[in-house]
Design a protein around this ligand. Structure first.
Ligand code: TXA
Ligand code: MG
Length: 315
């Protein structure tokens, strides 16, 4: 097959909700259609991620980035002018069209315009943004060759586009523009000193100090618990005299619930993961007194779902 045929095949896989191994200048990514929650759930499944970390959304240009965010501030314009395409990821307030599963419920979306020609060509031809974490199984090191990706993910990824060895070999720098001054969330292939030369001081996160700055997404997750008290459905818990919602894989048909969110009537954990955050929001919007969660199977994406619900439990 020619390179062009391979890109066509990659586009077809992405359109059908599948996964493609994608070379970038930093590390290989595991890409899916960022606007298709079910496709994005497939990323977590293939990586075996026990929790939902937010994913970087890759775009071919500034215009595509601007379509996904509420604002494109001066600093974003300056940084994109200087460092895009390249290994700098910017976090900005997302528009509602960015699915919750991409940002793990966070209010910001991380945007990156990669410099690798294969990544750029695929983004242009696909015509939609691509969510892509590093293409390794959870807990392994990031892949810098197509062979690493195949070794690590095997048949969990339909196609790996081979773009040679990644020139940078270290992930992009992640900078949040949702704080003033901006916050360095992850040091990476773009030097923070170079960023500061362009936009002025950047706040570095000191892991030893707790303050009001955004920290690692794992710690941020409490933020995105439902406002309505949520707890695991344990024996003896009652709904008497209260309006209670239930979140579960399938509808267990229990009496007394005012609202039930069955995330996958077919029992498909990938479908359930794709529906989780939106279901939590719907329950939260229903002015219930409480939300009960029925534990998901402790395997596959059920681990990530249970992790998220556990974080959402109040006390
Ligand atoms: O170079 C890279 O950035 C590579 C290539 C494939 O683009 N991607 C990558 O993705 O390293 P991943 O998932 O391994 O790391 C993404 C980082 C994590 O530290 C994550 O917490 C942060 O970006 N991140 C993603 N979305 C975020 C958001 N909405 N808010 C805050 N942090 C976010
Ligand atoms: Mg990674």
């Amino acid at each position: 097959m020619t390179a062009r045929d391979l890109i066509d095949e990659a586009v077809a896989i992405l359109q059908s909700g599948g996964l493609v191994g994608l070379p970038t200048e930093t590390v290989y990514g595991l890409a899916a259609d960022a606007l298709n929650p079910l496709a994005v759930a497939g990323i977590y499944q293939a990586k075996g991620r026990p929790q939902f970390n937010p994913l970087i959304v890759h775009v071919p240009d500034v215009e595509s980035a601007e379509n996904l965010v509420e604002t494109w501030p001066t600093r974003a314009r300056q940084l994109a002018e200087t460092f895009w395409p390249g290994p700098l990821t910017l976090v900005l307030p997302r528009k509602a069209l960015v699915p919750d599963i991409v940002t793990a419920g966070l209010p910001g979306v991380a945007l990156r315009c990669p410099a690798h020609e294969v990544a750029r060509e695929l983004l242009r031809r696909f015509g939609r943004p691509l969510a892509a974490p590093s293409a390794n199984r959870s807990g392994s090191v990031s892949p810098t060759t197509a062979q690493h990706v195949r070794d690590d993910l095997g048949d969990r990824v339909q196609l790996v586009l081979d773009g040679g060895t990644c020139l940078r070999g270290v992930e992009s720098t992640v900078l949040s523009l949702m704080t003033d001054p901006p916050t360095l969330l992850r040091p990476g292939a773009t030097a923070v000193e170079d960023i500061e030369r362009r936009i002025g001081p950047v706040k570095r996160l000191d892991p030893h100090y707790a303050d009001d700055a955004p920290r690692s997404p794992g710690m941020l997750s409490r933020h995105y618990a439902t406002r309505t008290p949520l707890c695991w459905l344990e024996p003896g818990l009652s709904t008497a005299g209260k309006r209670v919602g239930l979140i579960a894989l399938r509808n267990p048909g229990l009496p007394g619930y005012a609202m039930v969110e069955a995330l996958s009537p077919a029992g498909d954990l990938r479908e359930a993961a794709a529906n989780l955050f939106a279901a939590m929001r719907r329950l939260d919007a229903a002015h219930l007194d409480a939300i009960h969660a029925l534990r998901f199977p402790d395997r596959d994406l059920g681990l990530a779902i249970n992790d998220r619900l556990q974080r959402a439990t109040h006390g």
